[in-house]
Design a protein around this ligand. Structure first.
Ligand SMILES: CC(C)(COP(=O)(O)OP(=O)(O)OC[C@H]1O[C@@H](n2cnc3c(N)ncnc32)[C@H](O)[C@@H]1OP(=O)(O)O)[C@@H](O)C(=O)NCCC(=O)NCCS
Length: 500
């Protein structure tokens, strides 16, 4: 295997599903121009029809755009780039595939197209912007000092900074889409309490597939060029409904009346969510929700995003594709680590108290390592530096300290452990590539400190990741990306290849 760009099994891939026979791929019926004239191919730095793509979003006459318009504006330049890659560089090699790449879970292979973020060993960037740059440049919700998830979502979709008017219009549009159909609420009521909140969430997403506008359009029979618009309808619906689903599962578990407070277009998602679960008066909780939902939106080719992307590539509807991604997140090596960290840290607090000595921490964690147990909240499959998201969480805590003594003890213990554990892991787990704590060491514990139930933490964070998944889903359709079909290989075949 020499490079991922080879056409391997005969038929070279086509970006939008059309035969790669020399015709330029199109997206949405807009024929891209590859060589020179607008729309130009490198997206951010260039303009389409005079609209600056990397600046503040607005239409030519300065009036607020809808998300549909803003995405449609970006499509020609991205389609042109896709066409250029497929026409001009189709057979260029970008990477040698080693045995380690294959045996090691595809680590290091740049082989999954993911348009909305670039992530490498140093962290995540969205359309070339770091999280801290976006914190500074994205408009905030009125009265908030934290990042706005709706602004971030707009930026992910469009690579444009929304204006304040666009942010408010977009938030209102999402709130209008948030209401759950009454049969979905009834379905939630019928779910047994002895199945996990994650299983419930997955079932609710797939249940809502019956309302898929994308499926309905496919059943009617539509042009491939228009698929993205129907995908976007579903994507916005499910993004808007995710906090309502999570709130409904929370409300059911806590005996709060379902849909007691409908989502209002006057508020953003975080505020509406807090109202629904009876936390409207807790401004710190609302601010934390905004911040988390904004910066957890996407992290590139993780297990869950890969799961979503795979399902999406077969044109599974957005609801099912989201559920597929969520299923990938339920493993302890991935997002289940959020809840596992809370349990781990609470157990450590009970055993060590809030201010143990370094030696006590090392003895305690050392036992886990001797027993070959995984320490949740440490390590990363890609990052090789300290997790920038952890620094954001710590800053939030410094600015919004908890008033609950038990929570303060827990958070202070985590900070102490974060100092000692990396050194211990470096010594005792020599193969571990990144012994630093990751954001999951802390995020669930902050929510726990706000009284959030520890068995529902992943649902809370899924509201954020759903936005990232559903952004990429729309771009999958807008660019006409083909069905994923890697070649599988047995170890015997692998050995034969390297020995030949
Ligand atoms: C995130 C994670 C899955 C990355 O896995 P990875 O890419 O295989 O990590 P590495 O290549 O550094 O692993 C090398 C070895 O160290 C071990 N290791 C990695 N993280 C460890 C941890 N937190 N505790 C104990 N051992 C760990 C691995 O199990 C592996 O052991 P092996 O060689 O016996 O198979 C892993 O670090 C982990 O399980 N962390 C804890 C769970 C977690 O916090 N997940 C959320 C991540 S955002």
């Amino acid at each position: 295997m020499n490079g991922i760009a080879s056409s391997g099994n005969g038929a070279a891939p086509s970006v939008n599903g059309t035969a790669p026979n020399g015709t330029v791929p199109t997206a949405n019926g807009i024929a891209p121009q590859v060589n020179g004239t607008a729309p130009q191919v490198d997206g951010l730095a260039n303009g389409v029809n005079g609209i600056a793509l990397n600046g503040t979003s607005s239409s030519l006459d300065g009036s607020p755009q809808t998300i549909f318009d803003a995405i449609a504006t970006r499509i020609p330049s991205r389609a042109a780039l896709a066409a250029k890659l497929m026409m001009k560089y189709r057979d260029s090699t970008v990477h040698e595939v080693t045995v380690e790449n294959i045996m090691g879970g595809m680590r290091g292979l740049p082989c999954m197209l993911w348009e909305i973020s670039e992530s490498d060993a140093t962290g995540v960037r969205h359309h070339k912007q770091s999280l801290s740059e976006l914190e500074a440049s994205l408009p905030k919700w009125p009265g908030s000092t934290q990042m706005s998830p709706e602004a971030m979502l707009w930026f992910l979709y469009t690579a444009q900074i929304p204006t304040s008017a666009e942010l408010q219009g977009f938030a209102a549009e999402l709130a209008r889409r948030a209401e759950l159909p009454s049969d979905a609420l009834a379905f939630i009521d019928t779910l047994p309490k002895n199945i996990s909140a994650d299983s419930q969430n997955i079932m609710i997403y797939t249940f809502l597939g019956k309302y898929s506008k994308f499926n309905a359009a496919l059943a009617r029979g539509i042009s491939k060029d228009d698929l993205w618009k129907h995908a976007l309808e579903d994507a916005l619906d499910v993004i808007a409904r995710s906090p309502v689903i999570v709130a409904a599962v929370y409300a059911k578990a806590n005996g709060i009346a379902q849909n007691a407070v409908p989502f209002s277009p006057a508020f953003d998602m975080a505020h509406n969510f807090a109202r629904y679960i009876g936390k409207e008066g807790d401004n710190d909780f609302i601010e934390f929700t905004r911040l988390c939902w904004a910066f957890y939106l996407d992290h590139g080719a993780s297990v869950s995003s890969h799961g979503m992307r795979l399902a999406s590539s077969s044109w599974a509807d957005p609801y099912s594709s989201l559920a597929a991604g969520y299923i990938g997140a339920t493993g302890p090596l991935h997002a289940k680590a959020i809840g596992d960290s809370v349990k781990f840290n609470l157990k450590a607090l009970a055993a060590l108290g809030s201010d143990p000595s370094r030696d006590e921490i090392i003895a305690y964690i050392g036992n886990y390592i001797s027993e070959k147990k995984i320490i949740p909240g440490y390590g990363h499959a890609l990052l090789r530096v300290r997790d920038a998201r952890l620094e954001i969480l710590r800053r939030f805590l410094d600015e919004h300290p908890s008033s609950d003594p038990q929570a303060r003890s827990l958070l202070s213990l985590i900070r102490n452990m974060n100092e000692c554990v990396p050194e211990l892991l470096r010594e005792r787990v020599p193969g571990m590539k990144n012994p630093h704590p990751n954001c999951d060491t802390l995020n669930g514990c902050i929510l726990h400190a706000y009284g959030y139930p520890s068995d529902q933490l992943m649902l809370f964070f899924a509201c954020s990741r759903a936005m990232g998944f559903m952004t990429q889903y729309v771009w999958d359709r807008a660019l006409g990306l083909p069905i994923e079909r890697p070649l599988s290989v047995t170890m015997d075949e692998l050995l034969a290849k390297v020995q030949s």
